[in-house]
Design a protein. Structure first.
Length: 388
């Protein structure tokens, strides 16, 4: 039973955002009342989340050290003009690892609870109503139920299909291959992404930045297996598969400045990088703020640090959405790779700030000045009509 005299957090949705809020809050306040509600039998879904070491807020580093399942000191990218080694730390975490950590942490907490197979039928600033009529009162409700609950916007899509493979022989990768765009360009900007989880264990994903959200898993699976074989990575066993379609909007302001709850978090609340699909940096920053106010979570939305954070996120999101508009409406689909080849000629410090969504005015200028990428049409970009 929860101690009803203390402030309570009810977190709707057991994905990345609310997992980080729960872990950060209980790390800061071990006796906090934290309830995570998940409609599926297990939290965290079926994903691999990745992030740069430079994305992590200082206050959250002890938590993220437990969250990170695999870490590397650098990574590679590959484009037609050649490879580049990027000297930025990189990390990833699987759904299974995060779900296990979240489950253990909530079970060990005096006032923690994880309720799976639980359907929420209504929520407001004061609590949550479950199917069957049970009411859970809360000082702060966080609604982080995923991209499916986000408002519509003019957008492209990041589509991906990945297989985690056990191989017949060592793959030879010493670090992640974050982006290999030397492959055939189909349906937009296409690249291979590979994470080495062990000498003979590898996640390989086929990713496309497209103006179509259609993803037929059968052909994509065939394509991923063909890429693996072409690189000498002969699968002995498919351990896991994952797929998804992430929004890459070119309209909308980013997270709303809320004056009353429920607090909208994760993709549902716009806490993601519009130009990359990465959500970890934004989820970490929101989790840090919530944990900081765990003693009085009901007052969070009126605090100066919450308002500063949201304003920064909105400013960064506007520029990222502008970049999406240029990419999807100004550059022909078969030449979109040139945008990223040009980007990876930038200094590593700028690359780090881009992924963290903390670009400076000078960074933004550096990304835009100079010769435009091949296939760019200013007229199309100004009209806002997506180029197929």
């Amino acid at each position: 039973m929860h101690d009803t005299t203390g402030p309570a957090l009810v977190l709707v949705g057991g994905g990345l955002q609310n997992a980080l809020i729960a872990l950060a809050t209980l790390a800061a306040r071990p006796h906090a009342q934290v309830t995570v509600l998940e409609r599926d039998p297990r939290p965290c879904g079926n994903h691999t989340w990745s992030f740069h070491a430079t994305d992590v807020p200082d206050a959250l580093r002890p938590v993220i050290e437990r969250v990170a399942e695999h870490t590397w000191p650098d990574y590679d990218v590959q484009f037609p003009d050649g490879p580049r080694r990027v000297e930025l730390g990189y990390a990833s975490v699987s759904s299974e690892h995060l779900a296990d950590l979240l489950t253990r942490t909530l079970a060990d907490a005096p006032h923690g609870a994880l309720r799976t197979d639980t359907e929420v039928v209504a929520l407001d600033a004061g609590g949550v109503t479950l199917a069957g009529g049970e009411r859970l009162p809360a000082d702060l409700v966080v609604d982080a139920r995923g991209p499916g609950h986000a408002p519509p916007a003019a957008r492209g899509d990041q589509k991906f299909y990945g297989l985690e493979l056990a191989l017949d022989a060592p793959h030879g990768l010493e670090r992640p291959l974050l982006m290999d765009a030397t492959i055939e360009q189909v349906d937009g900007f296409r690249f291979i992404y590979a994470l080495p989880f062990g000498p003979q264990r590898l996640l390989i994903e086929d990713t496309v930045f497209s103006t179509s959200a259609e993803l037929d898993a059968g052909p994509w699976r065939t394509r991923v297996l063909a890429e693996a074989e072409a690189r000498g990575w002969s699968p002995a066993q498919v351990l896991r598969e994952e797929q998804g379609v992430l929004p890459m909007p070119w309209s909308g302001p980013g997270p709303a400045i809320q004056t009353e709850g429920p607090l909208r978090g994760g993709y549902h609340g716009g806490w993601f990088h519009p130009a990359t699909g990465y959500s970890m940096p934004h989820a970490m920053r929101l989790a840090t703020i919530v944990a900081r106010h765990a003693e009085d979570p009901g007052a969070l939305l009126g605090t100066d640090d919450y308002l500063r954070l949201v304003r920064r996120e909105r400013k960064q999101a506007r520029f990222a959405r502008f970049l999406n508009r240029l990419l999807f409406t100004g550059v022909a689909a078969d030449t979109r790779w040139t945008v990223f080849q040009r980007f990876y000629r930038q200094p590593e410090s700028l690359i780090a700030r881009f992924y963290a969504c903390t670009l400076t005015p000078l960074d933004r200028a550096r990304m835009l000045v100079g010769r435009p990428p091949r296939g760019f049409s200013l007229r199309s970009a100004l009209s806002g009509s997506a180029i197929q």
